[in-house]
Design a protein around this ligand. Structure first.
Ligand SMILES: *[C@@H]1O[C@H](CO)[C@@H](O)[C@H](O)[C@H]1NC(C)=O
Ligand SMILES: *[C@@H]1O[C@H](CO)[C@@H](O)[C@H](O)[C@H]1NC(C)=O
Ligand SMILES: *[C@@H]1O[C@H](CO)[C@@H](O)[C@H](O)[C@H]1NC(C)=O
Ligand SMILES: *[C@@H]1O[C@H](CO)[C@@H](O)[C@H](O)[C@H]1NC(C)=O
Ligand SMILES: *[C@@H]1O[C@H](CO)[C@@H](O)[C@H](O)[C@H]1NC(C)=O
Ligand SMILES: *[C@@H]1O[C@H](CO)[C@@H](O)[C@H](O)[C@H]1NC(C)=O
Length: 522
């Protein structure tokens, strides 16, 4: 009886209050929908923002960092000094080399003659200045080393298939010019150029169109300064998936040297910027002129670089320079073979004026061990020291650090007719290896990278949790109230016959009426 009396006394929820509850429910649903929207779309929104921000355009941050990288790349050169040249030539001894280095150069990179094109590309010339850092080096640039005479051995190796009288003529010229199979030069000369009698001769006598472009020889000859090569890369404005990739190199979209379009492709990065949003399955491509091809790089591991920026480490796959019997796909890089390059070597002769230059990784890393053990003094390759790698921030596609490590070898062919080199056997002779390293982006850049990559997931999670929790709480409270109200209504209807019974309890109009009611009903 008491119950019905109380019920009678409870007025139905006022229309205003009702409205209020529905409003809260609507609000809750909207909040939850926001939560859902954030769950689903936030990542793509962030992507859109990143994609928009990184595009190369005048005065954007990426443009500034790209055009004049705020880093000091360091070139470290290691030279294989031949210590038993005479015994090797006269007595057939195993060649002994002594690895000398590092000889350290600090680099300053800048892109010059930058010109934006209408089609979402930008053209430039790369400028690199090298300054010797004696403090950090093993010795001075004047250190004298003994290395194979590359111009001479290139000429003799190339003459292998020429007419015999040409080889004999060559021998007498070399006799007159007193050219020997090994040269004694300073480190500075070997790298930056020394006058070579053979090149000088070639320059003077060979018809103009076949002329070599230089009369000096140096492994880095002409590299100190602004390159003549005009590189055109995609800015990402039209298609972010091509961001940072080469469109044309000196006007060409493909190399002329190899067998297939895929192997001739140039559409890689120059190593600084990569298309954003890469995954562990992404293959990156780098083009370097001296490498004469695109170098593929695959995910190796996730690294925490300095300043806590997470990066993906990419490195060339093990089979990148594999011989064709191990990796038939590499056949496209052997246009005049078989025979093709030995396992672990890459023949860049076509990019080096037909000199028999072969590239490998330092200490013949990933190559057949017999190449290394043909010499005394080359320790087994150590991935830590000799692997080429690149750490990239996967969302933004920015290179964080890199160690580009490459060894230059001369593939000498024995030519009996030329007496000076008659005793120089067929051998792949390592000349030097280098490491071009970039490490430690400035705080300004890493802060932004962190902001752009760590902040969004945190923001997403916080917003999601916030919206879901507030929305759900509001919803629960509101629905609960509504249910109570409905319950009250129905009870009320049940009790309508007793409508006339006068109120006993007059103070039951509080907001907690329903609650009270509920407890009592139970
Ligand atoms: C390189 O080897 C040659 C010949 O053995 C030697 O005379 C020279 O001192 C070595 N160079 C250096 C820098 O050690
Ligand atoms: C030549 O080689 C032999 C064996 O390989 C060695 O015993 C001899 O001492 C060498 N001679 C010279 C001059 O190096
Ligand atoms: C874009 O324009 C540049 C300069 O005119 C040109 O070299 C390049 O081939 C063009 N690229 C494309 C994809 O049209
Ligand atoms: C490179 O050129 C700059 C001047 O442009 C010069 O100061 C520097 O010494 C050169 N470096 C080498 C290694 O020759
Ligand atoms: C680069 O070009 C090759 C062939 O020319 C093509 O197969 C490949 O998909 C291109 N890669 C990119 C990233 O555009
Ligand atoms: C390297 O390539 C050149 C040009 O294709 C070729 O003539 C030469 O025989 C190759 N060398 C080797 C060892 O395959």
């Amino acid at each position: 009886m008491a119950i019905s009396i109380m019920l009678q006394n409870t007025p139905p929820i006022s229309p205003n209050k009702h409205k209020c509850i529905w409003f809260i429910i609507a609000l809750a649903v909207i909040l939850i929908l926001f939560g859902v929207a954030i769950t689903i779309f936030f990542t793509s929104w962030v992507r859109l923002v990143i994609d928009h921000e990184i595009v190369l355009r005048g005065n954007s941050d990426t443009f500034r960092w790209w055009s004049k990288p705020p880093v000091v790349p360091v070139l470290k050169v290691y030279i294989y000094n031949v210590t038993n040249a005479d015994e090797f030539l006269n007595n057939g001894s195993k060649p002994i080399v002594e690895e000398l280095g590092p000889y350290v150069y600090n680099e300053d990179w800048e892109k010059v003659n930058i010109k934006f094109n209408d089609n979402g590309t930008v053209s430039f010339n790369q400028r690199k200045i090298y300054v010797f850092d004696e403090e950090a080096s093993y010795g001075s640039e004047d250190d004298v080393v003994v290395v194979p005479n590359i111009p001479m051995l290139s000429a003799t190796s190339q003459s292998k298939h020429a007419a015999r009288f040409l080889r004999l003529a060559m021998a007498s010229i070399m006799d007159i010019l007193k050219i020997k199979p090994f040269v004694e030069v300073s480190v500075g000369q070997l790298l930056w150029g020394y006058e070579d009698p053979l090149l000088k001769l070639a320059k003077d006598v060979v018809p103009k169109e076949q002329k070599l472009p230089y009369e000096e020889f140096g492994l880095m000859y002409g590299k100190n300064g602004t390159s003549n090569d005009v590189v055109t890369v995609f800015t990402g404005a039209n298609d972010i998936t091509k961001f940072g990739l080469i469109d044309t190199y000196n006007g060409n979209t493909h190399l002329p040297h190899w067998r297939t379009d895929a192997c001739n492709a140039l559409n890689g990065s120059d190593g600084s910027l990569f298309p954003p949003h890469m995954t562990k399955d992404t293959t990156l491509y780098i083009y370097d002129k001296d490498l004469c091809r695109l170098l593929p790089l695959k995910y190796l591991k996730t690294v925490n670089t300095k300043d806590d920026v997470l990066g993906y480490r990419f490195t060339p796959p093990q089979n990148v320079f594999a011989s064709v019997d191990k990796e038939p796909e590499n056949m496209c890089f052997c246009p005049h073979g078989p025979p093709c390059a030995p396992n672990g070597l890459f023949n860049v002769s076509l990019c080096q004026y037909d000199s028999p230059i072969m590239i490998s990784f330092p200490h013949f890393y990933l190559a057949d061990d017999s190449l290394r053990t043909a010499f005394e003094g080359i320790s087994p390759a150590d991935p830590e020291k000799h692997m080429l790698y690149l750490d990239v921030q996967p969302e933004m596609g920015t290179a964080l650090s890199a160690k580009a490590r490459v060894q230059i070898n001369l593939a000498v062919s024995q030519v009996i007719d030329i007496k000076q080199v008659a005793s120089f056997p067929d051998i792949v002779f390592p000349i030097m290896w280098f490491e071009e390293g970039i490490s430690g982006l400035p705080k300004e850049v890493t802060n932004l990278l962190n902001l752009a990559t760590i902040a969004p997931p945190i923001a997403r999670t916080s917003l999601m949790i916030g919206f879901y929790i507030i929305g759900s709480l509001l919803l629960i409270v509101a629905v609960w109230r509504l249910v109570k109200a409905a319950h009250a209504h129905s009870t009320l209807r049940l009790n309508t016959p007793q409508y006339n019974i006068p109120p006993v309890n007059g103070n039951s109009k509080s907001a907690d009426n329903n609650l009270q009611l509920n407890t009592i009903t139970k």
